[in-house]
Design a protein around this ligand. Structure first.
Ligand SMILES: *[C@@H]1O[C@H](CO)[C@@H](O)[C@H](O)[C@H]1NC(C)=O
Ligand SMILES: *[C@@H]1O[C@H](CO)[C@@H](O)[C@H](O)[C@H]1NC(C)=O
Ligand SMILES: *[C@@H]1O[C@H](CO)[C@@H](O)[C@H](O)[C@H]1NC(C)=O
Ligand SMILES: *[C@@H]1O[C@H](CO)[C@@H](O)[C@H](O)[C@H]1NC(C)=O
Length: 190
């Protein structure tokens, strides 16, 4: 008689046990923290008709109504600029570069300053060898903009993540400096 009575409570106990263990299996909502975070600066000196010696960027394509000496009107719409910029660890243009930012940007909207960026960080320092590849829209009037880290080589093999860009300084249409906060999600090899 006693054992018969305890069966339902045993079932109840097991039920509770299982419900509990199921509850424990519900994945916790957690914010994704990057595995590795790196901050770099790069410096873009745009050719303006007079600075060919120092320029690190050149307009290589312009709309029919503009030219390749001066950035076009209407928020530079249609200009394609190629760059080979020094990367530094701080915001000083004259600091020893640890590599080059190489790629292009296209101004792609008439009514607001915005560009599309495709470039690589090619590292060449005793600490870092390899490259990181970036791509994405750059609505450059926004204080911060995110572009994708779409891959890497060498020390950055299989890299994936996001880079937050911030215009750290600009001087007219000749110089700008971007702060790049790289947040990588992969741990491979790094
Ligand atoms: C080029 O760079 C040198 C060294 O930073 C600087 O002294 C010179 O004024 C620059 N020239 C131009 C045209 O910007
Ligand atoms: C390029 O265009 C600007 C105005 O947008 C003009 O002042 C300049 O003379 C032009 N340069 C050449 C080489 O055509
Ligand atoms: C990398 O740095 C070394 C040493 O400074 C230099 O000799 C070499 O030319 C550089 N390579 C590239 C691709 O910049
Ligand atoms: C850029 O800023 C504008 C206005 O503040 C905002 O509406 C827009 O969503 C921002 N774009 C991005 C990509 O953050």
């Amino acid at each position: 008689m006693e054992t018969q009575k305890s069966i339902p409570s045993l079932i109840l106990f097991l039920l509770l046990l299982f419900t509990n263990s199921f509850a424990l299996q519900i994945p916790k909502v957690h914010t994704r923290e990057p595995c590795r975070r790196l901050v770099y600066y790069f410096h873009d000196i745009i050719y303006n008709g007079q600075n060919s010696k120092n320029a690190t960027a050149a307009i290589v394509g312009a709309p029919a109504w503009a030219n390749k000496t001066i950035l076009a009107g209407q928020n530079h719409f249609g200009d394609l600029v190629v760059f080979d910029d020094p990367i530094t660890l701080d915001n000083n243009l004259h600091s020893a570069p640890i590599g080059r930012a190489q790629g292009f940007y296209i101004y792609d909207k008439k009514d607001v300053f915005t560009a599309w960026l495709g470039f690589s960080f090619v590292f060449n320092s005793t600490d870092l060898k390899g490259s990181l590849n970036f791509a994405g829209a750059d609505p450059l009037m926004n204080k911060t903009r995110d572009v994708s880290v779409i891959g890497g080589t060498g020390d950055f093999l299989m890299a994936r993540g996001v880079a937050t860009l911030m215009t750290d300084a600009f001087e007219g249409e000749v110089y700008f400096r971007l702060r790049v906060d790289v947040k990588l999600g992969m741990t491979n090899n790094i």
